[in-house]
Design a protein around this ligand. Structure first.
Ligand code: IPM
Ligand code: MG
Length: 348
């Protein structure tokens, strides 16, 4: 059976990193006999320009009918002042796909400690899986725009907390067995609900997993002081957005960080966590590693091909360990050169 992948290159460096990732996924598909069919659709700023809508109905339908959705990046200065923003399409897509759990692994690869802005002894051994709640909280609460007064409403239900916490506990069981739940329970009502729901689930079903609670401000500090102390980090939408950018640079560059967004069922949304980086768009300079590793996550979670996923991860590591990479990690490769090296390093 051919796997249908909705392919949304998006804006800025999105198209170049997405193409790079597609070439690596196709090579993995050949080696592992996984039939893949990529269908390209307009999304984000380009879709505003062409259809007056960042998420045109035909793109949404294609995503809902696909086995997986692969996304480059969206946004850019061109659309910052307009009535429609590319980002609103991304939020709508996440909501329509029901992908409430956003997995953002951050790993300092052995030998890469020197690329970290932290001292090598602090960066060494950092291997964190951030699980960010993705379809609730401030991002989706009622908004009131205004130049004198404005508001964003943060809402969580117990059920929304429990389903994402379950993913975190399950992930921890397959890793080092620890979950750090991050909230602001000393101030926010939603955080008190969050903490209570996480504790209740832990007590009833996951006593074997170690659970700790850290306030988000302290977490911002601890991530820098002792990143290697964390295993799975579970948090709500906005805190996860902020902490994942912070954590990503520990590994040397945000360009290295992939993500998978999952809900019920196998369909998922895969995208590097970096933005559209309009300043370097179309220069073939962007680091495609985060996008390529997102492709590995697609093979793992939506197509159940852990073998091919691991092969891509090994090929990326090997390529970087051999001293290759784009400028952001101190290398000399262009985006397409790096992707070609990774594709060439792939083996069954
Ligand atoms: C991310 C991005 C998005 C978010 C933006 C582009 C809406 O920053 O995926 O982390 O805030 O979720
Ligand atoms: Mg972000």
């Amino acid at each position: 059976m051919t796997h249908k992948i909705a392919f949304l290159p998006g804006d800025g460096v999105g198209p170049e990193v997405a193409r790079a990732a597609r070439s690596v996924m196709m090579r993995a598909g050949e080696i592992y006999s996984i039939p893949l069919k990529f269908e390209e659709h307009d999304f984000g700023g380009v879709a505003i320009d062409r259809h007056g809508d960042p998420l045109p109905p035909e793109t949404l339908t294609a995503c809902l009918e696909a086995d997986a959705v692969f996304l480059g990046a969206v946004g850019g200065p061109k659309w910052e002042k307009g009535p429609l923003r590319p980002e609103s399409g991304l939020l709508a897509l996440r909501k329509h796909l029901g992908v409430y759990a956003n997995l953002r692994p951050i790993r300092v690869l052995p030998g890469m400690e020197n690329h970290s802005p932290l001292t090598p002894d602090r960066a060494r051994g950092c291997d964190i899986l951030i699980i960010r709640e993705l379809t609730g909280g401030l991002y989706f609460g009622e908004k009131r725009e205004g130049m004198e007064r404005a508001s964003d409403n943060c809402v969580y239900t117990r059920e929304e907390v429990v389903r994402v916490a379950r993913i975190a506990f399950e992930a921890a069981r397959g890793r080092r067995g620890k979950v750090t739940s991050v909230d602001k329970a000393n101030v926010m009502a939603t955080s008190r609900l969050w903490r209570a729901a996480v504790i209740a689930l832990h007590e009833t079903e996951y006593r074997d997993v170690e659970l700790e609670h850290v306030l988000v401000d302290a977490m911002a500090m601890k991530l820098i002081q002792r990143p290697a102390a964390f295993d799975v980090v579970l948090t709500e939408n906005l805190f996860g957005d902020i902490l994942s950018d912070e954590a990503s640079v520990i590994a040397g560059s945000i360009g290295l960080a992939p993500s998978a967004s999952l809900g019920e069922g196998a369909r998922g949304l895969y995208e590097p966590i970096h933005g559209s980086a309009p300043d370097i768009a179309e220069e073939d300079k962007a680091n495609p590693a985060g996008a390529i590793l997102s492709g590995a996550m697609l093979l793992r979670f939506s197509l159940q091909r852990d073998d091919a996923a691991q092969a891509i991860e090994r090929a990326v590591e090997e390529t970087i360990n051999n001293g290759h990479g784009t400028a952001d990690i101190g290398g000399r490769d262009s985006c397409s050169e790096f992707a070609a090296r990774v594709a060439g390093a792939l083996r069954a």
